[in-house]
Design a protein around this ligand. Structure first.
Ligand code: GAP
Length: 516
């Protein structure tokens, strides 16, 4: 078994109708993607998995579908107009544009962390079972030297970022002698802040007064509707509002396929709590969200990462990271956002956004714990984790390689393929079609009669279809079919009347969410 490299995963997504580059016939639009027929199904299933877990399974969380356009003051209050920036730097020779913070972070990862890890790996090999990593880190001269260098860089970097000191950012790049990864040139422009929000004009006026933004996060639609939702659903604290929707960011460097896009989709939940209880709920959602991930992804590919730099609105924040083909990276953010957003909207709008607590007999602005995950990023974890090349026996007694997308059956775009053994035998195709027509209301099925049966199995493997049933001549005699399992390739004979319950058992949300 082997893992296809990232290029092959991207090619697979295109070949099997999962993801296409946007506007491909015009050479594409950078960092914008379209989801094809199977991609649209998988994306819908990921969203359903989240919605079922976060809304239907939670008595005190309700859903919302707010508009993408919001009053421009929303983004002033939230801090996005003034502070939703990335530090941008251009290389004068290669004309390539970079995020200055990423250049520095990459330097730390490649030039310092890698060296520390090399020393640790060497020592671990030398000392075997007796190796104590913590002690080695605390005492080894070389590791201590590297660590000191890293701490110094981080201290300068953190101060420059939080103090909005772009001259210092450039100085750090120069002092570290960071070169352009494309050209090797160290000829940099000044570092300047770049706001990530897309803007457009509402109505016919093209003056500043009609400028509005495409939302860079869905969360603000929840905040401004906090009282509408609380009153109409008669919720008491603590309670949550969940939403799935598009968000837009003019990312400076959009790379790594659907990992960083300019148009993407978020699944966000704001949990409103009594001030002072936020850390309890932060821990609660940290555990719950990890449980949600572990149900469909391997534990060893997931980890928590506490933020070194807290955003302007947070008093605690972490990422759930996943090991993508390009390393551990953020998959989901969990943030304790205090009363920052509701407080800011209350101040700028002049409208009270307070909760009347009947037990305390007082009104206050609730605190908020947020969980926020990108649908597309979750999609990428499912694809990169699930797609494998596997050696299997071939018909001639040798071996062949099959590419199979091993994703959880509940998330699979197509649950069942119904295949007549031969396409030119009407009795077989009629029977297969009648099974297909009977089951398509229960789950997404596909009827396929083209090509030899082995080729059709391989195609369903590549799409990720967990089950195939084959209708053959015995079916016409005894109403049984062959049921083939995608992962084991095992084939068993079952009555037609059992197909529905067998597939439902494996594809039911209960398999993932009974304990949630
Ligand atoms: N409301 C908080 C918020 O938006 P964030 O960390 O900026 O926080 C949350 O974004 C999640 O949205 C990320 O963990 C990631 O999964 C997804 N996300 C953010 N920017 C993205 C982008 N440019 N492309 C794809 N997904 C993105």
């Amino acid at each position: 078994m082997s893992k296809p490299d990232f290029k092959k995963i991207i090619a697979h997504c295109k070949e099997y109708g999962y993801i296409f580059q946007s506007s491909e016939i015009y050479d594409g639009l950078s960092a914008v993607y379209d989801y094809g027929p199977y991609g649209a199904e998988l994306k819908k299933n990921i969203k359903d998995y989240w919605w079922t877990a976060m809304v239907h399974m939670q008595e005190n969380i309700v859903g919302l579908d707010a508009a993408i356009f919001m009053h421009p003051k929303t983004w002033k209050a939230s801090g996005h107009v003034d502070a939703f920036n990335d530090p941008l730097v251009d290389n004068k020779d290669s004309k390539k544009r970079y995020r200055a913070d990423v250049l520095i972070e990459d330097y730390i990862a490649n030039k310092v962390d890698k060296k520390i890890n090399k020393e640790i790996d060497k020592a671990a090999k030398r000392f075997g079972d007796a190796f104590d990593e913590a002690q080695f880190r605390a005492t080894n001269g070389r590791v201590l030297q590297y660590q000191e260098k890293k701490d110094k860089i981080l201290e300068r970097f953190t101060a420059a970022m939080s103090g909005n000191d772009m001259a210092e950012m450039k100085q750090i790049i120069e002092d570290l002698e960071i070169a352009c990864p494309e050209s090797g040139s160290k000829n940099w422009t000044d570092v300047r802040q770049f706001n990530l929000m897309f803007s457009t004009q509402m109505g016919a006026l093209a003056d500043g007064s009609s400028k509005i933004y495409l939302r860079p996060e869905t969360a603000q639609g929840i905040f401004v509707n906090f009282l509408n939702v609380q009153k109409t659903t008669r919720q008491k604290l603590p309670f949550g509002i969940a939403q799935i929707g598009k968000a837009f960011r003019n990312e400076i460097v959009a790379r790594q396929f659907i990992f960083r896009m300019r148009e993407f989709e978020q699944m966000e939940m704001q949990f409103f709590v009594q001030p002072g209880t936020e850390m309890k709920w932060y821990e609660h959602w940290k555990a719950k969200r990890m449980q949600w991930h572990r149900a469909v992804l391997p534990e060893e590919k997931l980890k928590f990462h506490d933020h070194d730099n807290l955003a302007h609105y947070a008093n605690a924040a972490l990422d759930i990271e996943f090991e993508f083909p390009f390393g551990f990276k953020e998959l989901e953010g969990i943030h304790s956002r205090t009363d920052f957003d509701l407080g800011a909207h209350q101040e700028l709008s002049g409208k009270k956004l307070q909760y009347f607590d009947p037990e305390k007999n007082e009104s206050y602005v609730p605190y908020v714990v947020e969980t926020s995950i990108g649908v597309d990023r979750m999609f990428l974890t499912i694809m990169t984790n699930g797609l494998i090349d596997e050696e299997v026996p071939d018909a001639k007694g040798g071996t062949a390689v099959r590419t199979v997308l091993k994703i959880h059956p509940a998330l699979a775009p197509v649950k069942l393929a119904v295949l007549p053994l031969l396409k030119n035998k009407e009795a077989l195709t009629d029977k297969a079609r009648s099974i297909f027509n009977d089951l398509r209301l229960d789950f997404n099925c596909q009827y396929d009669e083209k090509d030899a049966i082995g080729k059709r199995y391989r195609r369903q493997d590549a799409i990720g279809t967990p089950f195939c049933v084959t209708v053959d001549f015995d079916t016409l005699e005894d109403d049984t079919v062959t049921l083939r399992d995608r992962d084991t390739m095992e084939q068993i004979r079952i009555p037609i009347s059992e197909i529905k319950s067998r597939i439902s058992d494996k594809t039911d949300w209960r398999n993932l969410l009974a304990e949630f």
